[in-house]
Ligand binder design. Structure first.
Ligand code: PEP
Ligand code: MG
Length: 544
């Protein structure tokens, strides 16, 4: 068994024979026997044909991967009409007496090298696109085509690189996955692979001996096993079956609303810890992010993350969610989440100690850095801010005041920000008891049932000896949830749950009956929960 590693662009497993695809070496004649005018006319004719092919690919992609992803072929059409590109080709034909194919190939290579050297990752990814369009025109001019990428048997395709047009033309029924030597995870090929749900690895070094060998592409662990051992093969087949089950669940639920049989709607959002979880959010078709635990940015950092560093992270998440709601919880550090550079003193009772909003309201510069970063990201999508560990009205008002200061500063500096919804976590009994007043200050409540259970039952959630006593189904906890929903609704706040209890299927019907508006759960819990919601009928009497 041989193992090679790369970079995964989609979590998933493919098992099957490898098939190496090699592009034909195009033979282009350099010097033309025709006049430059005639060569230019040949080029223009080929370009027209290429545009027609691209229009066809756009329609195919529109059908298979949707408008946003099909847009790459519109971009290709525009690139083919780009003045600089056309002038470069014409220049080579005119000054070197070259054939149209030689001029197109050379220009494609030159432009591709220029894009590849750029700092901007998006522009770097354009290197493949310009090569792709040039190759298309050259193939038309020379009448040469590439070898067939696939044969009759399903296989994992292995290639140096795949262009977006090659990717969209692949026959999905015979494609188990693909592996490339080059490519970037932000390229359109990678985006298309994700959308088409094809397990894929990039940056993998391979050789000709791989052709025809049995392999397991393990997208979860960024590697490919060639000639896998039987034990591994069996384990991977099991994992693949589980994935397929999840996949069929997804296909049945995708874009369907989360409504009960009698028409009651509830939002199902995802909880995430960092940007790499966003792929899972999309893969599981969540309607939004209900809890972005921003403290993980601090925990993964050696020093206080700057405003710019945080802004880029929030922006990436917000942009990827493309208009869907992203609720960013402000720094909830302390207790079990410690970062050395905060220099927090050791405490007798850390869960009751200096943590979360208590740190933020006393070390204001740290808090304001984060608030500014979140506000700036709000210019790129739909952002909500949520304050953790609230016990008093004063804390909420102070936090809002600091947020207002940040808005004023940004405005003065001419830095853009959008509208943000403001909410708080309800995770202390104190917050539950004053929920009526708190609801006047904010637009939503999210119940942090992990801490709410800990503080209501006076049980340290970190202590394994107390596991049998830690009962989130305790009537006291459930009554607190009910009270919070009713108080929130009376004052126009929507109310959700982002603690682990939100995914507890034994309570889903109870939560629906209580009137909760949202459940935010870990990505893997989303689809089973949505399936359950769609099977509940609240018009029937609850089972006792
Ligand atoms: C909670 O307390 O329920 C919660 C969601 O926050 P965390 O688990 O991060 O404390
Ligand atoms: Mg909490």
């Amino acid at each position: 068994m041989q193992v090679s590693t790369g970079k995964s662009i989609l979590n998933g497993i493919a098992i099957g024979p490898l098939r190496i695809y090699k592009k034909a070496e195009t033979q282009t004649k350099q010097t033309s026997s025709l006049s430059p005018e005639e060569e230019w006319a040949r080029f223009e004719e080929a370009k027209e044909k290429a545009q027609e092919q691209l229009a066809g690919l756009y329609d195919k992609a529109l059908d298979e991967v949707g408008e946003d992803n099909a847009a790459i072929f519109e971009i290709h059409q525009m690139m083919l009409d780009d003045d600089d590109y056309l002038e470069a080709i014409k220049g080579i034909i005119d000054t070197q007496g070259a054939t149209a194919e030689y001029a197109t190939e050379t220009t494609g290579e030159n432009f591709s090298a220029a894009f590849a050297a750029m700092e901007d990752e998006y522009m770097r990814a354009r290197a493949t696109d310009v090569k792709d369009i040039s190759r298309r025109v050259v193939n038309i001019l020379t009448g040469q085509g590439d070898a067939a990428m696939q044969d009759d048997k399903p296989a994992i395709l292995v290639a140096d690189d795949l262009t977006p047009s090659e990717t969209v033309q692949l026959d999905k029924s015979k494609l188990l996955g693909f592996i490339t030597r080059y490519g970037s995870s932000n390229s359109h090929t990678a985006i298309l692979a994700r959308t088409m749900n094809i397990p894929a690895l990039i940056g993998v070094d391979f050789d000709d001996s791989w052709d025809g060998q049995l392999a397991v592409l393990d997208g979860y662990n960024h590697c490919v096993y060639i000639d896998p051992a039987q034990e591994l093969l069996t384990a991977m087949e099991e994992k693949r079956k589980a994935d397929l089950k999840q996949e069929s669940l997804l296909q049945g639920l995708k874009k369907k609303p989360n409504v009960t049989l009698d028409g009651r709607e509830i939002k199902v959002y995802a909880n995430i810890g960092n940007t790499s979880d966003v792929g899972l959010v999309l893969q599981n078709d969540a309607q939004g992010i209900g809890l972005f635990r921003s403290e993980f940015i601090y925990l993964e950092s050696e020093d206080f993350p700057t405003e710019e560093q945080q802004f880029l992270i929030y922006k990436r998440v917000v942009e990827t969610m493309a208009g869907k709601k992203v609720i960013i919880r402000t720094l909830d550090i302390g207790a079990d989440k410690q970062a050395g550079y905060f220099d927090l003193a050791k405490e007798e009772n850390p869960a009751l100690g200096y943590r979360a909003i208590r740190i933020c309201l006393t070390r204001k510069e740290i808090f304001k850095t984060q608030l500014r970063a979140i506000l700036r990201a709000s210019a790129f999508g739909t952002v909500s801010i949520m304050f953790p560990m609230i016990i008093s009205l004063r804390e909420v008002r102070d936090a809002k005041e600091l947020l207002e200061e940040c808005r004023a500063e940004l405005k003065k500096q001419g830095i853009a920000f959008g509208e943000v919804e403001i909410g708080i976590m309800i995770e202390t009994p104190a917050a539950v008891m004053i929920a009526e007043e708190l609801a006047e200050e904010v637009q939503f409540f999210s119940l942090g049932t992990n801490d709410l259970t800990q503080y209501t039952l006076a049980i340290d959630r970190q202590n394994p000896k107390l596991d049998n006593f830690y009962d989130p189904h305790h009537p006291a906890v459930l009554r607190m949830i009910r009270h919070t929903v009713e108080a929130g609704h009376r004052h126009g706040c929507w109310v959700g749950i982002c603690g682990e209890l939100g995914a507890d299927q034994k309570l889903t019907e109870t939560f629906l009956r209580m009137g909760l508006d949202e459940l935010s759960v870990s990505p893997a819990a989303i689809l089973p929960l949505r399936k359950l919601i769609r099977s509940i009928d609240l018009s029937k009497a609850p089972e006792t």
